[in-house]
Design a protein around this ligand. Structure first.
Ligand SMILES: [Zn+2]
Length: 112
């Protein structure tokens, strides 16, 4: 696999931005959280280009963590708003949003 880290960062940003836009008001705070995650993952992937395949997976989890204190749990389950979706696998090439409470795969990252 020959993933170009910069292309993979752009892809990860586009996918997570899509999911944010589909589910939240994209305030500057939310966009800033995404761009901070992208910039930190750029430093992370530089010494390990093979990690590029995992960027969408990791950026989605980074953003979840960063916006939790301000925005709260994100994203919510479509079936039950008390449920929070999780990224599965934790480190994988084809990550999805999963609701553990519903035991359901909700969408691929980028397709919420
Ligand atoms: Zn659920």
């Amino acid at each position: 696999m020959t993933a170009d880290p910069e292309a993979a960062l752009g892809d990860a940003r586009a996918r997570v931005l899509h999911d944010l836009s589909a589910t939240l008001p994209t305030t500057p705070l939310v966009i800033d959280a995404l761009d901070t995650a992208i910039s930190e993952r750029r430093n992370w992937v530089e010494p390990w280009p093979e990690g590029a395949a995992f960027l969408a997976c990791l950026v989605a989890q980074d953003v979840q963590e960063v916006i939790a204190p301000s925005v709260g749990r994100w994203p919510r389950c479509r079936t039950n708003g008390d449920h929070t979706l999780h990224v599965e696998p934790d480190l994988g090439e084809d990550p999805s949003w999963v609701c553990k409470d519903c035991s359901a795969v909700v969408a691929s990252i980028g397709e919420l």
